[in-house]
Design a protein around this ligand. Structure first.
Ligand SMILES: Nc1nc2c(ncn2[C@@H]2O[C@H](COP(=O)(O)OP(=O)(O)OP(=O)(O)O)[C@@H](O)[C@H]2O)c(=O)[nH]1
Ligand SMILES: [Mg+2]
Ligand SMILES: [Zn+2]
Length: 307
């Protein structure tokens, strides 16, 4: 039996990197089903699989290792089925830009919350620094400090100027990293900057901003260097959290988790309870208010099934 890492999936066959460094094509034998997930695809990129070599030299995937995490997308049909986008992710980089395209504010917190729920460490990357004037730079500095305060590091980069690329290289070394972000923020450009031999399509912003159009349509894992992989995803808007309850949401805001032991009630959800240390911290501006607003919004959305 051989072990390998799935680096590409088309649904009917899989590209698998074996431990000796070679890459082979494999299929799934019979009905490989993962007990606890109703997914349309049993195996995704990032999965560690076990393979058998058949008599005709074809590789068959016979089993997979338990995942440390995975991200899903709700299938487009109305069934409860989900599609696993990727598994075993070490780091999620949320690529954004203040301009071209304009930063969508609540989206950042939505992403960070989702990453917490999936158990994936997240870092915010502000790309296109070359486009910013003094005032915008000041604004970005404040925003980064606010995120630092609640527990998220951020990086300021410009793919065009080659600024910050080395820092990202060091950060992703030896990991499976997910690139997420809206269309046009520079995910594919960054990927090209990290490894020039990787061919991904880079679009112009005007082209990629057309509604519903994405240059990158399939999650694919790219090898930046041996053991360093990046998954470039289509828009994260499709990410689904299928079974979160509103009262669970507070666990995915690290600044709330940190303070919650100081709340009067151990099951405080930090909304209207008396003696809530979390709400106090936001109201006293010890924590950035916009995070609390997003918390309230997400709470309502989850409660009404709109998230
Ligand atoms: N000014 C500036 N433009 C950049 C920078 N990085 C990327 N771009 C441009 O932004 C546009 C979109 O880049 P892509 O890399 O295709 O964006 P993407 O995030 O992969 O987009 P999708 O594949 O549609 O999700 C291209 O025209 C890039 O040249 C940067 O640092 N500064
Ligand atoms: Mg792209
Ligand atoms: Zn509280």
């Amino acid at each position: 039996m051989t072990e390998g890492l799935v680096i590409k999936s088309t649904g009917s066959w899989y590209k698998v990197k074996l431990s000796d460094g070679s890459t082979i094509d494999a299929r799934i034998r019979g009905k490989l089903r993962i007990a606890d997930i109703k997914s349309t695809n049993p195996v995704s990129v990032g999965d560690i699989v076990f393979l058998d070599k058949e008599a005709d030299n074809e590789y068959m995937i016979t089993d997979l290792k338990p995942r440390k995490n995975y991200i899903i997308r709700k299938s487009t049909n109305l069934s409860k089925q989900t599609h696993i986008i990727a598994a075993n992710i070490d780091l999620a980089l949320l690529i954004t830009s203040l301009k071209q395209p304009k930063l969508k504010f609540g989206f950042v917190d939505r992403f960070l919350m989702t990453a917490e729920a999936y158990g994936i460490p997240a870092v915010i990357v502000f790309n296109k620094m070359d486009l910013l004037d003094e005032e915008e730079l000041d604004y970005l500095k404040d925003l980064s400090e606010a995120y630092q305060k609640v527990g998220y590091p951020s990086l300021h980069i410009s793919v065009n100027d080659g600024f910050g690329i080395e820092t990202i290289k060091e950060m992703i070394e030896g990991k499976i990293t997910l690139f997420s972000g809206h269309s046009g923020v520079g995910k594919s450009s960054l990927l090209n900057a990290l490894n020039a031999t990787i061919e991904t399509r880079v679009s112009t912003v005007s082209e990629s901003n057309e509604k519903g159009k994405h240059t990158t349509t399939f999650a694919e894992m790219f090898e930046i260097s041996p053991k360093t992989y990046v998954i470039d995803t289509p828009g994260i808007k499709n990410f689904g959290l299928t079974d979160m309850t509103p009262d669970e949401l507070k666990n995915y805001f690290p600044e709330m988790v940190k303070l919650s032991s100081e709340c009067r009630f151990s099951n405080c959800i930090h909304l209207n309870e008396p003696g809530c240390a979390v709400r106090d911290a936001f109201e006293n501006s010890e924590l950035p208010w916009f995070r609390y607003e997003d918390y309230q919004n997400f709470y309502d959305e989850i409660k009404t099934g709109k998230f």
